[in-house]
Design a protein around this ligand. Structure first.
Ligand code: ZN
Length: 74
């Protein structure tokens, strides 16, 4: 479900806008996608996590899962 970048409320798509049900913020779909990308990037920066780092973690997670599956089948 989409979240309002402003208040975190529920956002519904009402062509051609995304409208926040809580604060009434509305924007074009494209803007909304851009906004959420920006917010995610900022959030990661705040957490001190780079794009590279989260990629690495993602791969590690998959590897761990794979190992776990293999062990289970032994
Ligand atoms: Zn809102």
């Amino acid at each position: 479900m989409a979240r309002c970048p402003d208040c975190g409320g529920e956002v519904k798509y009402k062509a051609p806008f995304m409208v926040c049900l809580d604060c009434g913020l509305s924007m074009k779909r494209w803007d909304f996608d851009e906004q959420s990308k920006k917010i995610k990037a900022e959030f990661k920066k705040e957490m001190g996590e780079s794009e590279e780092e989260s990629d690495r973690k993602e791969r590690q997670k998959k590897r761990d899962y794979h190992d776990w599956i293999m062990k289970k089948e032994d």
